[in-house]
Design a protein. Structure first.
Length: 116
């Protein structure tokens, strides 16, 4: 799984920040390594130099192999909080999506307790 980090003009995309974000997302989503080809990270500061409480935004676009891309966004006070929130949203979305795909493949479901 490749993780690509992009920043807008209001976020200083220094090497330490980019490496930190990439490592956090890679570790949190490691269990999906075989199913995800790439994750694009878009970091932005929606207010720029103007003050704002939750103006830092992290958008994650995951590209599951053989499926349409999925996108989540989280706004917070800091880039770290925005990334953590978006990562958790994406993790839950992927767990749900891949779980449904497995259910269609003949695996037992919670509802009926047996295979289809």
């Amino acid at each position: 799984m490749q993780v690509q980090v992009n920043t807008d003009a209001n976020i200083e995309g220094n090497a330490a920040l980019l490496a930190h974000v990439e490592a956090e997302i890679s570790a949190a989503l490691a269990r999906f390594d075989e199913q995800i080809t790439r994750i694009e990270v878009h970091l932005s500061d929606d207010n720029g130099q103007r003050p704002g409480n939750t103006d830092k935004r992290c958008m994650l676009e995951a590209r599951p192999a053989g499926q349409q891309p999925v996108v989540v966004t989280h706004n917070a006070e800091t880039i770290d909080q925005a990334c953590s929130g978006a990562t958790q949203k994406l993790k839950h979305l992927l767990e749900s999506s891949f779980g449904r795909l497995a259910d269609r493949g003949g695996h037992a479901t919670i509802r009926d307790g047996h295979s289809h």
